[in-house]
Design a protein around this ligand. Structure first.
Ligand code: PNS
Length: 166
């Protein structure tokens, strides 16, 4: 048993993310959920909002820590003495991108392994971009985001407009 990192943009967190993080928390001693500030993407939600949604969706699970991060995942893992990253894999379309990231992280930090958890069947098509896209047309996002944060995410997307990148 060990500590793992679940990294992502979480813009916003989806049911798919929560499922993977909870399964990681059952499998490993501790899970660090690292919310990355990605300068290449303009996020829809602020880092504080993304952390708030994650903390609310994961409330009551003692072995999960939610943090914000800037810079390289490989460096952050080294800093925290963590040697494994857990990511969810949906369809084959995820594979190329995830494989590229896993290999890059391994090059930058040879101690760092990437473990893939397969997405639950019901979350195969769920992504943060789908949430933002559906919400931008006034669609129902209830099935895509955790129940406890649905109203907050919906209201915020209605109020603040939607940036569909990522
Ligand atoms: O949820 P996302 O947007 O697919 O998450 C991507 C994320 C944040 C995991 C990835 O962009 C990342 O690891 N960013 C940190 C910067 C980094 O380490 N880049 C080099 C590895 S490709």
């Amino acid at each position: 048993m060990q500590t793992v990192i679940c990294p992502g943009s979480f813009d916003p967190v989806t049911r798919g993310h929560v499922d993977i993080i909870k399964r990681a928390a059952k499998t490993f001693e501790k899970v660090i959920v690292a919310v990355f500030i990605n300068k290449a993407k303009v996020p829809c939600f602020t880092i504080e909002e993304r952390i708030h949604f994650l903390e609310k969706a994961l409330e009551g699970i003692d072995n999960i820590e939610v943090v914000s991060c800037e810079g390289l995942l490989a460096d952050y893992a080294r800093e925290r003495h963590v040697t494994a990253v857990v990511k969810g894999l949906r369809a084959m379309s995820d594979f190329e991108y995830e494989f590229q990231m896993a290999l890059t992280n391994k090059m930058l930090n040879p101690e760092l392994e990437t473990l893939f958890f397969s997405s639950a069947a019901e979350n195969m098509y769920v992504s943060s971009s789908i949430v933002k896209s559906v919400a931008s047309f006034g669609g129902d996002i209830r099935d895509f985001v955790p129940e406890c944060i649905h109203d907050e995410i919906r209201d915020r997307l209605c109020r603040g407009g939607v940036n569909n990148e990522g």
